[in-house]
Ligand binder design. Sequence first.
Ligand code: GLA
Length: 697
Amino acid sequence: MTCGRVRHWRIDVGGQTLVLAARNNRLPECVYWGGALPTGEDLATLARAHMIDVTGGMLDANPDLSICPEAAQGFPGQPGLILRANDGTPIRPQFRFVGDVQAERTLRLTYRDDAHGIRYNASFAADPETRVIAIQATITSDVPVHLHWLAAPVLPAPQLADEMLDVSGRWCGEFQLNATPWSAGIHSRENRTGRTGHEHFPGLILPCRGATNTQGAAFGFHYGWSGGHKMIAEELPDGRRQVQFGNATDTEGAGTTFQTAPLYITYSDTGLNGIAVAFQRHLRDRIVTWPQPDRPRPVHYNCWEAVYFDHDIDTLKDIASRAAALGAERFVLDDGWFGRRDDDTTSLGDWQIDPRKYPDGLTPLIDHVHSEGMTFGIWFEPEMVNPDSDLYRAHPDWALGAPDQTLGRQQMVLDMALPQVRDYLFDQIAAVLSAYPVDYIKWDHNRVLPTPDAAQTRGTYALIDRLRADFPMVEIESCASGGGRIDFGILSRTQRVWLSDSNDALERLRIQHNAALFLPMAITGSHVGPRHCHTSGRVLDIRFRAWVAAQRHMGFEMDPRELTKDEARVLRDVTTWWKTNRDWMCAGDILRLDSADPAVIAEQQIARDGSRFVVFAGKADTSAQISPRPLRLTALEPTAQYRIHLKNRDDAIALSRGTPILKTEDITVSGRYLMDHGLTLPWSFPNMIWVIEGTKL
Ligand code: GLA
C-alpha cells in the first residue's frame, strides 16, 4: 500500500511480522522483522522511524539497505547484484517501482531499470503453519548479460547479537557449528565445489544476545540449492548489518534471465529450537514429496560396509535373511552390482548388471529379499563416469572439464546440461527400474565438479524430475560421500539424506544433533555400523550404536554375521522399540536441549500434540564433575504431570552404585519441575546414552 511517497508491505506468519517499506519508487528495505506486530501498527511511521542519522564522513543521505542494495546508490557494502554487459562493462542498475501483487500469504514486487533494460522481481511466500517464508529474486535483461552475483532478497541482521552460527564440515564430519563474532566487514562463505558440499552447508542462524537452544530470539536462513552457494554476513561502517545468499558466483553463462534459489527464512522467540522446528516441519511437510505419505519409514539394511564391492549372491542372501530377522524392512544393494565394478577405479556410467556377479540378473536376490518381507533398493551414481568405462570410451566429450584434469575417486563428472547425457542416464536407470521391483534409489555424488556450473544442477534436477514422473513410487536418497548434497533443492526431489559416511555413533550423535537445526527425523538416515568402526577405528557398544541410529530414520550397515547373540538381541529390541514409536517421532519435532554438562549431547523428540516425548542424552565425553548434572527439558506444559520412564535403565553399569530413582522406578512430576530443575540421571561411562520416555498424564 502507498502512503505519501512511502510504499509498504506487511507479511504476517506464525507469530512473526516482516515489513518492507520503500521511498520514492526505490527498492524496499526490510524495516522490521521480528515478533508479530499489532494489526494497527502504522507502517508509514515504521518506515520513517527506520531511517538512521547522517553525520560527518557520510553521504548526505544513507544508501538503502534494500532487498537488493544498489552500487549505483553508493551502497557502502556488498551490492545485491553484480552484472556486466557483453563487452565487460559493469552494469549498475537503479531500479524503480513497476508493480506489486499481494495476496494473503504471498507478495511479488516488480522493479525496472529503463536505462539498462533490466527488470528485478522479488517474491515472498509465507507459510503460516511452518512459520517459514520463502524468498527469491529474479532478473531479466533485454539483451544477454553476464551475471557475477545475484542475492535472494537481502535482509538485515539483528543488532543486539554478538555472533552468528554457520555450518562447516568435511567427509565423516558434517554439520560443525561455528560461532563467528560480528565485526566490521564481511564474513563470506562460498562453496565452489559445484554441489551443496560438506564444507559449507547453506544455512545460517543469527542468535540475539542470550539466545540458547531453548530460549531467546534468533533468525534462521537456509538456501535451497544443490550447486554451491555464497553467503555474506556483513557489518557496514554505519553499523547496519546485512545477510545475502545466492548461487556461487560466476556459475552462469551469458543470458537474459537469472533466478536465485529460494531462501528460506524464519524468526523464533523460542531460541534455536523455534528455528529448528520451523525448518524441520517445512522440509518434511512442504518440501519433500512422499510417494506414500502414510507408509511408515521402513528400517533399512544397507550392505556397503558389510561387503563393499565383493558381491556374492549367496552371501548377500544370508545377510539379507539376518537383517530381516533383526527387523529390517528394506534391503539396499550398494555400489558394485554393475559394469565390472570390483573396486572404485572402473565402470561408473555402465549401468548394466554385472553378469559375473549376477548371472541371472537381480531377480534371485530380489526374490529372496521379498521372501524375507523386505523391499529392494539400489545404488546409482548417475552424474559420474570413470575414464575406465565403456561410456567414457564411447563419449569422452560427455565429461565436464579437461581430459587431463585431476580426477576425484578416479572419476569424472558427466555434463548434465547436455540433453543426450540426461537421455542416456534416464534410459539406463529406467531400464533397471522397469525390469525389477525397486522401491528406492540411493543416489550418490562422490566427487566435486571441475568447475562449478549452475546448468549442471539444473540438469540433475531435470533428470530426477523425469525419473520421478515415470516412477512415482520410487523413493530416492540423496548421498554425496555422506552429507555432501543436503539442501531443500535436492530434497524437493528426494526423501532421505545419507547424513554422513560416518557410522561411528559418537560422531553421529554430534552430527545429528547439529543437523536437527534444519533436518527432521523422518528424512535423516542413520545406520548401526560395525562394532569396529571403519571410518574412525573406534570400538563402540551395540547399545550406543543402536540407540543413536534409533534417533533418526533407522537402519543397519554392519555385517550381521559379526553380531554376538547379545548384540543381536539388543539390536532387535531397539529396532522393535523404534518401530513402535516411529510414527509419532517422524511426525514430531526434535528439540535440542541446553545441557549443563558439555559432555552430554541431549535432545528431546516430542509428539506434535505434546502428549509424549523421548529424550536421548548421549555422553560424548567424560565430565569435569563427578555426578551427572540435572538435564532440563523443554516445551512442556508447566502445570501438566508427566510420567517419566528410563527406558534403558538396565544399561546402568556397576560403577553406578547409588540409587537415583530412575534406575528402579518411574516418576510422575510436573512440566515445571522438568523444565526448571531437570532430570537427575544415573552415572555412566562416555559413549553411552540414556533414553527417557515421557508421557503426559
Ligand atoms: C559413497 C557413499 C557410501 C557408499 C559408497 C559406494 O562413499 O557415501 O555410502 O555408497 O559411496 O561407493
